[in-house]
Design a protein around this ligand. Sequence first.
Ligand code: COA
Length: 256
Amino acid sequence: MPNGIDTTITAGVLEIRIDRPDKKNALTSAMYRAMNAALEAASGDPEIGVVLISGRGDAFCAGNDLADFMAGPEGGEAAFEFVRAIATFDKPLVAAVQGLAVGIGTTMLFHCDLVYAAPDARFIMPFVDLGLVPEAASSLLAPATFGHARAAALLLLGEPMLAPDAHQAGLLTALVPAEDLLAHARARAAALMAKPPQALQATRRLMKGDPAAIAARIDEEARVFREAIASPEAREAFSAFFEKRPPVFRRDPGAD
Ligand code: COA
């Protein structure tokens, strides 16, 4: 598919493949819109029981396309819609992660049920480094998954988490050798398809806890994110990325 998202349906499993390897699978607004449409169609289609998300190439996903973020708050709107779509999606989600998972490449995984990763997977949430704040309820779900102190290293320092640590910390279902990753994830998705669908869906709902709390946090994050994206800190971080230089942040940007 020319928009960077490839979708296929096999025996009731919708596979959404992020397919923009030359840009490390960074997600543009068009790609979010394609994923949102695929999730919406899957949600309303009784023949589809499971969704599997994967990425082509050496990186799972380098997060939001920073050029879209540079365009201002409207550049993030399709991403917010994706966050809401994946957080409220009512069928099992499986993910296969290799290489880098940055920003939403990591935060979407909090909403997936079975997450398989290759040993080279690295999870990075560099929101603060970009002058931004966490999204996809990760400000709630990262501390809940890792505890506050480990989440702080990820969210405040932006430190990467390596695959074995992510597995041990509970972000991942299992580590799988890279060459078997997709086949393994597909086999587990097929195993879910064979389960009684009502019991599966009801169990998943029970496991996910209070959807209102997640939704409220997503909205709260989005409000702060929209302000941050237009801030001098964020503009400097985005410019520095594309100019391939270290960013320079001013301690008191309102001083003059
Ligand atoms: N938005 C837009 N373009 C991106 C991108 C992103 N999030 N991530 C990578 N790219 C582009 C690079 O600009 C580069 O394009 P070019 O070949 O035209 O110069 C290409 O993808 C390859 O990336 P490169 O930086 O050369 O690869 P790398 O292996 O050295 O580093 C990353 C990979 C992912 C660590 C690095 O690209 C990066 O830090 N990207 C930004 C991640 C990010 O902050 N995402 C937003 C989170 S909210």
